[in-house]
Ligand binder design. Structure first.
Ligand code: FES
Length: 397
């Protein structure tokens, strides 16, 4: 008790303390409910940055033979705002397997009536196959709110922008370009690489935008052209970048590069930019899933081939256990989900760390995408969306 008195004496000696107490008493008399205010703020934040959104498919647009755009509207309520370039994580249930995939929003952030997701068929793809073949207008889905750090920051990125887009990686680039249409201060060069001529998405819209806006230049690139194709062919090589953008280092360093496309495309483009001595801080790379062929990456155990299998033992917090067999080249999160186990997830690319699980026994391969903190690595935590089991493992989820 004496210590309470001492504390009160000290507080009363603080300049303004008595005024604050008087003000508090006055507010209490007028009925101000701070709890209600806190709830109001929390509700406002939750409506702008919701953890989950309920969506309904309003349109299915055929872009190319291998690509469709699914247009989603909010199922009641409204869609939260997003930064052009961000993604949502779309939850699906395919024949009883609960899983999710991140998709970049391809529509412009100025209109909030719908989100577009442009989805390309992936050979052996579990979710893309379902979305492209089975989804119809009126189907309901749940997703996370928009997230991710792949967007243009005018303060740090400047206004001389180069997009290196591969295949359906055009989706976030389209959203960012549409967003900038009215901001004429930007100079944009889109280098858009596709495998075949027939794979080019949004070709008419992009051609029209290039004609209408002087600040936009597009270079089309086809890696597997038909015999009579007269345009540019090949890959986004350092030579091509030098030819299109100049190889003067100062000019290159003034540009901001955004790479979006499959993970192999990221790796290739990032390497070319490194060869041109572009600083890593001038390069932004979109999250786009785990590496497709981890067995080809540096650090992969020499004694393992992709089709090898290991035993995964799951330990849940409630003490229950389960076991399943998994391929070493499949991300741990995917094999867990196929066997009825889950971990919270969003980016599925190693960035957000929501899917962290602890490896109690055995080993996993963590590719560069995993972006693990050194303490995580030291204590056996991994990002299950990009971790590959390389021996029998015990996992705490
Ligand atoms: S889901 Fe984001 S790091 Fe795994």
């Amino acid at each position: 008790m004496p210590s309470t008195n001492k504390k009160n004496n000290i507080l009363h000696a603080v300049n303004g303390y008595q005024d604050a107490l008087d003000h508090q008493q006055e507010l209490l008399k007028t009925g101000t409910d701070y709890n209600e205010q806190n709830g109001h703020v929390a509700n406002t934040i939750a409506s702008l940055h919701p953890k989950r959104i309920q969506l309904v498919v309003s349109e299915v647009i055929e872009d190319t033979a291998s690509t469709k755009t699914l247009r989603f509207k909010a199922k009641g309520g409204f869609l939260p705002p997003f930064q052009a370039g961000q993604y949502i994580n779309l939850f699906v249930n395919i024949d009883g397997t609960e899983t999710a995939r991140p998709y970049a929003i391809s529509s412009a952030p100025q209109q909030r009536g719908f989100y577009d997701f442009t989805i390309k068929h992936v050979a052996d793809g579990f979710v893309s196959h379902f979305l492209l073949n089975d989804v119809k207008v009126g189907d309901h889905f749940q997703s996370t709110g928009p997230m991710g750090t792949f967007y243009h920051n005018p303060l740090f990125h400047g206004d001389d922008l180069v997009f290196l887009a591969g295949g359906s990686g055009i989706a976030p680039a389209r959203s960012m370009i549409l967003n900038m249409i009215k901001k004429t201060s930007q100079k944009i060069h889109l280098i858009y690489a596709s495998s075949y001529e027939a794979d080019v998405i949004y070709i008419n819209e992009l051609k029209r935008l290039e004609q209408e806006h002087d600040f936009l230049t597009i270079t089309w690139l086809i890696s597997r052209p038909t015999e009579n194709y007269a345009g540019r062919t090949g890959h986004v090589s350092a030579e091509l970048l030098s030819e299109l953008l100049g190889n003067d280092l100062e000019t290159l360093q003034a540009k901001m590069f955004y790479i979006c496309g499959p993970t192999s495309f990221h790796d290739f483009c990032a390497e070319q930019l490194k060869q041109l001595k572009v600083k890593a801080r001038r390069v932004r790379i979109e999250c786009n899933g785990p590496p497709k062929r981890p067995e080809t990456l540096a650090g992969w155990p020499q004694n393992l081939i992709a089709s090898d299998k290991v035993m995964v033992t799951i330990h849940k917090a409630d003490g229950s256990q389960g076991q399943f067999e998994a391929r070493v080249d499949e991300p741990l999160l995917n094999s867990m989900e196929r066997n009825g186990y889950s971990a919270e997830n969003a980016c599925r690319s190693g960035e957000c760390s929501l899917c962290r699980v602890k490896i109690l026994k055995g080993s996993v391969f963590n590719p560069a995408e995993a972006r693990l903190r050194s303490t995580d690595e030291a204590y056996g935590w991994c990002h299950s969306c990009v971790a590959f089991p390389t021996s029998d493992i015990d996992v705490l989820v």
